[in-house]
Design a protein around this ligand. Structure first.
Ligand code: AMP
Ligand code: ZN
Ligand code: FE
Ligand code: FE
Length: 283
């Protein structure tokens, strides 16, 4: 059977409720899913209740943005229970830093002639963690751009006129906090690190020494050769090659739970390997 270890709900920048995401995973015939909303575990209780009812396994997780000199690094942390903990206690601060940043992004957009009110963005986010996809959705609604992808490509993405960086943990600090919280840190979609594929090895080796558990090799935007390359690299460093769809509902059209763009398949043994690493971490 298959699993999907990277999914977003409306608690961050997805458009399905946590329960709906679990239902989509069950409907896709998966044996397990990980809910990995940005900077929050707020969707876990609802997702766990639905998972219980539908007989599918839920892995509690989150996705962090961390500092990395040459680009963007996202870190998935698995087996992180809601409640107090070294990493859990830092999440609220990351979410409130987003508020400052969102205001700055909206100021830049206003200067560029695109007026969007902060209240409208908060409403679009439905009470969850606000991210750029919510701003992008309103840019489409107001007719400033045709698609969410275009909003990022022209205005909101890194290096574009309305881009504002936000507060991040350092990569090694995030790994340490994750481990001390009983979580397993995994690098998400490593292409965003910016370094060429040839340079991945050195970055991963450094982070493996710091306690990294895995690399998301099975990502649907990757050609089969890159997935294989990343999986081999992971295994050569004693890391687990994980994978997931990065499903965001309507905010990332074209991606489906379980299969991503269509050909993704993350087998059960990936989660078995994460379970084994988790048990070793606890010991
Ligand atoms: P934020 O957390 O506010 O920095 O927004 C990051 C989220 O924006 C990512 O998780 C993606 O969902 C989305 N995103 C980033 N880059 C793009 C892009 N080029 N096109 C569409 N969505 C993007
Ligand atoms: Zn997202
Ligand atoms: Fe990400
Ligand atoms: Fe993601």
């Amino acid at each position: 059977m298959a699993v999907d270890l990277h999914l977003h709900s409306s608690v961050s920048d997805g458009t399905n409720s946590p329960g709906e995401v679990v239902r989509l995973a069950a409907d896709a015939g998966l044996s397990a899913l990980a809910l990995t909303d940005h900077d929050t575990l707020a969707g876990i209780p609802e997702a766990a209740a639905t998972a219980d009812r539908l007989g599918i396994r839920l892995v509690a997780g989150t996705e962090l943005s961390v500092n990395w000199p040459t680009g963007t690094m996202h870190m998935l942390v698995y087996f992180l229970s809601p409640g107090p903990g070294p990493l859990q206690d830092r999440l609220d601060g990351l979410v409130s830093a987003r508020t400052t940043r969102n205001h700055q992004i909206l100021e830049r957009l206003a200067d560029l002639g695109m007026v969007i009110e902060h209240d409208a963005v908060v409403a679009e986010a439905g009470g969850g963690v606000v991210g750029r996809p919510h701003i992008a959705a309103l840019m489409v609604e107001r007719g400033y751009v045709d698609t969410i992808a275009a909003a990022f490509d022209r205005w909101l993405g890194s290096g574009r006129p309305a881009y504002v960086p936000r507060r991040r943990l350092d990569a090694v600090e995030a790994i340490d906090l994750a481990r001390r919280s009983g979580g397993l840190p995994v690098i998400a979609h490593p292409h965003t690190l910016g370094a060429g594929a040839a340079d991945y090895g050195e970055a991963f080796a450094t982070l493996a020494a710091a306690g990294l558990a895995g690399i998301e090799a099975h990502y649907s935007e990757y050609a089969p050769e890159l997935r294989t390359h990343l999986a081999r690299l992971a295994s050569s460093l004693g890391l687990i090659a994980t994978g997931g769809s990065d499903y965001h509902g309507r905010y990332k059209p074209g991606l489906a739970v379980g299969v991503g763009l269509g050909d993704l398949c993350v087998t059960d043994d990936v989660l078995d390997a994460l379970d084994a690493a988790h048990r070793r971490g606890d010991a």
